[in-house]
Design a protein around this ligand. Structure first.
Ligand code: ADP
Ligand code: MG
Ligand code: ZN
Length: 501
């Protein structure tokens, strides 16, 4: 048993649902909008009245192609629509239009970043387009309502191969996908609004970890498919919970706890319990009875169309993971810094343009992750959108490098610049924040600080414990008299001279 436990390897595949940010729904002209009063964006098509005819939204297909190409998938020449039969209150049509055997994108990959500067390639099985279902509303005391505003919103489902081997890889993949679809501008991927949802398929491989899927070398525990997770936290919690659960089951049941014996199961995550619960097993599995959608023509993707999307993708430029790597290798940023600056395209572009304008990367990064991050946090926006431009930022960074302003003054200038079109150099001048390293000027402030603080001076002379603190205090006083403009090194040098140390 002990040996077996040592050889338990999580095997995880992800299905990710992404609502596309088109103006209108996928098969009708209703608005694709979250948060409006229930059932205000509905029509005979999206509520499934008999005889209503769907018309394909070309933008939804193009957004999906863009994601497919960004994931290094093949976008085939021919894809079609299929009906997937369901019977749910939030789907009054009793079927969902989806893609069964001929999806829009197949066989790609995404290279995800891992701790320690590592990268792992995760294969993408497919990405297909479908329509979202409505939403049951449980706000009423004695009944459940159905809001069909969501019904018919284009939903891209991306499916990975079972290549993920631990929670870290799952989370990196999920975050990378989140970043990618926002970067491409095809989804807001706001998880609180349900615009991105995860369904992990989780099992453990018990056996030779070098020979996963080789039946002579081991076996799988039952695959748990956990439905509809709408936060990173619940995804992380779910994966860890299921792995722990399977380990406990193996300890109790041994080889009887296997995929062959138990089959695949659907589970759900209960937020309030912080745990998963059983939904249904294989024997109750749905028969979706897929068949080709008779009301929609197949989608023919010719070379010209594919190339048009490829060109659009080229215009987006380098994608986030590639940028992250470049920041690590070329700019020598830490993983945390590189990650923070590639959260969104606006912030990353601001960095890149500032460095292209001749600023030192480290200076740019420190400014953005210092005052920049604080202001973004206050204003509830991304760092790239706080209002400092790719002309102002390099200007400020260069002043720092040249010693024309010190760090304290730079922060003050930064705070002014975000609400102004002026160049930092101008602001530094008008606000009197230019660094003063002129010894004469600083000596005046030093003399003033010494005259005003006899106790601190005494403490410095007395030596011992209080000395360091008193010296720091006096340095601070001089900096304050200079309104932050004095060069700290110069201040300390002159103070030391004056105090005879
Ligand atoms: P289904 O048709 O039941 O949804 P699929 O074969 O299409 O099953 O796979 C769905 C997901 O399950 C994919 O993300 C795939 O990577 C994952 N998967 C396949 N085999 C395993 C396994 N042994 N353990 C965990 N996940 C798996
Ligand atoms: Mg599935
Ligand atoms: Zn509609």
């Amino acid at each position: 048993m002990g040996d077996m436990q040592d050889n338990m390897l999580p095997v995880i595949g992800l299905e990710i649902h992404v609502e596309l940010a088109t103006e209108t729904k996928i098969f009708c002209r209703c608005a694709n909008r979250f948060g409006d009063p229930p059932n205000t964006h509905t029509c005979p098509v999206c509520i499934g009245m008999p005889g209503a005819m769907p018309v394909m939204n070309q933008k939804a297909v193009e957004y999906s192609m863009k994601v497919g190409l960004a994931l290094n998938c093949t976008v085939p020449n021919f894809t079609k629509w299929d009906r997937k039969s369901y019977y749910y209150p939030d789907l009054p049509k009793n079927y969902q239009i989806s893609q069964y055997d001929l999806p829009l994108a197949i066989a790609g990959h995404l290279d995800i970043p891992l701790a320690g500067n590592k990268v792992k390639r995760i294969d993408i099985t497919r990405a297909h387009l479908e329509e979202d279902a409505g939403k049951n509303v449980h706000d009423f005391p004695a009944h459940t309502g159905v809001d069909l505003n969501r019904a018919g919103i284009p939903l891209l489902e991306i499916v990975t191969e079972p290549d993920l081997r631990n929670v870290e890889e799952v989370m990196s993949f999920a975050r990378s996908m989140h970043r990618l679809v926002r970067w491409l501008g095809v989804s807001h991927a706001n998880m609180e609004m349900g615009q991105m949802r995860f369904e992990p398929n989780i099992s453990l491989w018990v056996g030779d970890p070098e020979k996963v899927f080789d039946e002579s070398a081991g076996y799988f525990t039952p695959i748990f498919e956990v439905k509809n997770l709408n936060s990173f936290r619940s995804l992380e919690r779910t994966c860890q919970w299921v792995i722990d659960y399977h380990q406990a089951q193996i300890a109790e049941k041994g080889k009887a706890w296997s995929l062959a014996d138990v089959g695949k199961q659907n589970w759900g995550f209960r937020d309030n319990l912080n745990a998963c619960e059983f939904q249904r097993g294989k024997e109750e599995a749905h028969d979706y009875r897929y068949f080709p959608e008779p009301d929609l023509a197949p989608v023919v993707v010719d070379d010209a169309w594919r190339q048009k999307i490829r060109n659009e993708l080229d215009e987006v430029g380098e994608l986030p993971i590639a940028r992250q790597r470049r920041y690590l290798t070329e700019w020598k940023l830490t993983e945390k810094e590189a990650d923070a600056l590639t959260q969104d395209i606006a912030t990353s572009d601001l960095c890149d343009h500032s460095v292209e304008a001749g600023a030192d990367p480290k200076r740019v990064v420190n400014l953005l992750l210092g005052r920049g991050a604080a202001i973004a946090n206050e204003r509830g926006c991304v760092i790239g959108k706080i209002g400092i431009s790719d002309v102002q930022l390099p200007d400020l960074a260069k002043m720092l490098t040249k010693g024309e302003v010190n760090a304290t003054a730079a922060d003050k200038i930064f705070d002014i610049v975000v609400d102004s079109d002026a160049l930092p150099a101008k602001i530094a001048e008008s606000e009197g924040l230019l660094a003063v390293s002129d010894a004469g000027k600083i000596t005046e402030w030093v003399d003033e600080a010494i005259a005003k603080n006899p106790q601190a001076v005494e403490d410095v002379h007395a030596g011992g414990k209080k000395q360091k603190k008193a010296f720091g205090f006096l340095t601070g006083q001089v900096m304050q008299l200079s309104r932050g403009a004095a060069t700290p090194a110069e201040v300390q040098k002159l103070l030391q001279e004056k105090l005879g140390r």
